[in-house]
Write a protein that binds this ligand. Sequence first.
Ligand code: ZN
Ligand code: ZN
Ligand code: FE
Length: 750
Amino acid sequence: MLVRAALTIKGIVQGVGFRPYIYRLANEYCLKGFVYNAPEGVICEAEGERESVMQFISAIPIYKPDAASVSELKYSFIKVQYDKQFSILHSKEGGTQTVISPDLAICTKCKAELLDKTNRRFEYPFINCTDCGPRFSIIHSMPYDRENTSMHCFGLCKDCFDEYSSPIDRRFHAEPNACTDCGPAITVYDSSLNILHTDWLETACEYLKNGKIVAIKGIGGYHLAVDAMNEEAVKALRQKKHRYAKPLAVMVRDIATAKSFCYVNEQEEAELLSKAAPIVVLQKKETCKIAPSVAVDKSSLGIFLPYTAMHCLLMEHIPAIVLTSANISDEPICRTEDEAFEKLSGIADLFIAHNREIIHACDDSVLQFCAGHKQLIRRSRGFAPAAIDFNGSKIDMLACGGEQKNCFAVSKGNNAFLSAHIGDLHNYDAYLRYENEITEFCRIMEINPEIVVSDMHPDYASTHYAGKYGKRIFKIQHHHAHFASVLSENDYKEKAIGVIFDGTGFGEDGTMWGSEFLLGDCAKSERAAHLAEFRLLGNEMAIKEPWRLALELINESCSKKELDEFLFELPLNSSLLLKNDWQKSSGMGRLFDGVASILGIKQIVDYEGQAAEILENYAVSVGNQTDICLHFDIIKEDNGTIVIDWRPVIRQIIIEKKNQNSIGAIALAFHNSLAEMILKVCQELSLEYNINTIALSGGCFQNKLLLSKSLELLHGAGFLVLLNNKVPCNDGGLAYGQLAAAAALLEQEG
Ligand code: ZN
Ligand code: ZN
Ligand code: FE
């Protein structure tokens, strides 16, 4: 019997070769009808024998293109129309739209053509197809058609047009399709911005091999590159970029090269080779030949593979380059030629620019694995702006995120769309990009936020932005947002215990929180336990200078004699102790900093979290064995709140240090004591409230040693442990948690 089905398919179905896929599939089943892109998704009508139509429908999600994802497939039967063929129709505009695809790493077919001397695109740096290439970074409106991207100014040549128009071609409606004759091209500039009429590839390789710094315009912004094996070049790059310590990422030729430098397990390999092509933090091998300055004091290395044709060509000639976002310290990544020329003159010796405009800047994404668990550290290129499911609301929302590692999020229904990494909003340029991206994001996705969600911190730029927005505001406590992010990702609706450890976050009582045991659900939680607070001598200064924390911790824990001994060791300004109106904090990150300082590891940090990273490194270096035992006191106050007293730990650390125990052994014992304390407090709360689910979040859980030890103990005690894996546990995931919490609150309002 002849039937006709009308289908609506939603998800990542535009810009990923979905219509030609449907076309080919329909022809396989001898169906007639049509397919087109519409704002609400891909629309298809398919007519044929009933059995064929049904088989066709069930095949759609199974054989879909790699880069596509189907979130919804609805169909109904309509009147038969006796079409003669199956065709691809023009896109329709307007109304609600479907999801924008993230940028996709070059596919194996394009890479093979790129290196094939007989191919017409041999060494063409902008080769792409429906399976790969830029997407989000080049789009300025929906639907995703060439005229709505930064490819609009490049007319297709005859050959490219034929590919673009042929439904059986891999480049059918590949919107950025191009070749040497018709597409974007590279321009090379020297450090004085004179155009060099030389071969870009030869010149770039020559500069890199000579230890020079090359600025390269990639998919989501400019990068700075140097030869990763050249210590002098790496040092020079650090100096000029004012990035003295933060580890730099290394792009390597292929997976074999990655394995020659680092240990790569199956999961890590799959991520390196994925369409998102993120930076994966790997364990360095002892034989690793990468310049030591790339990752100072680190046993790990951030590695990624070439994800554009341009990178592939470069890497054919040089096995490993440092490739780091082109910016100076906290500024946002350079997006345009003007920005690059202004900010990078004096840094870059050579500019490899091109004339395909980057509309949305997108830094590289970073992830790591801990005990088999994937942790996103930065969710940006390759992930943004793909939707993340959550229990949303009917009202469009905007979540403004935090202050550092900012990323904002908007929501429509059950879809949360997180922006690319924006950066630290106390930097004015980053803030300007933030404002602009929010406006553009909402415009492209046709989202009109009626509710704006922000942190409670009165001085965050994102809080001020929320205030200016002129809509109803929900303020969500920082650590509750982290908690909600885990619950929401895991679609967990019951009550749970949230263990949220991070640097600092504004608490409901006006102090800086940061070691929280929360009790509740997505909508609301109570602070059931926390670390005893301590003063931040010098307020913000204490974050940069851990010795200030050490001074306070020792002063509170030890005798005058011990304090004097410490002051003798490190001639410090102890008069800071006399002032009483310093800000108070219970941030776990700060406790880590203080302990690192007491152990003499780090007195002044170059970036937040550095001291803790080094402490973790020391701990890992001694293996898994230590005879030292440190214990926190767990005290129940009259009002029922549990306070965790760190003084016994500090006292014992001082003793162990005097006994000349190794720093590594003490550092390991400190990690052990934290995991033990987490377990004890969770057990106590679990007994009292009959809750057996623990949600771990906050930036401190990027510490792999702390996370794996905590998981081991909690699992051993029979707890169900929830973690983040779609958004970072650091403040990059905060906006998502804000959305989840606000949606849950709205639902309660009814
Ligand atoms: Zn391709
Ligand atoms: Zn062409
Ligand atoms: Fe945080």
